[in-house]
Design a protein around this ligand. Sequence first.
Ligand SMILES: [Zn+2]
Length: 102
Amino acid sequence: MLHFSCDFCGKHLDDKRFVAKLSVFPAFDPEKITEEDLDKDNLQAVANDINHHSEDANKPLSVEGQISSKDFRFDLCSSCFQKVLNDPLGQERLHRFDYSEN
Ligand SMILES: [Zn+2]
């Protein structure tokens, strides 16, 4: 039998296990070169990038610096599950100091 621990707090999980899934991907076509790209002086950089792609064609898409998508899956305890429901990206924690003066 598999044993799980909470990916957020490390607590051992029993039958009451919760799962959070997160898909991260570009909402545009990362292969498409826009006019804006061509207007910028990074045209040489784009050309280098294209050459780089053809040289490394056998490498996976997740190479650092390249745009790719990824699916995350987290096992959660009940209390962390409640935290994720209320604040999925942890923004409340990140911005707590901004609001502390109100
Ligand atoms: Zn937890």
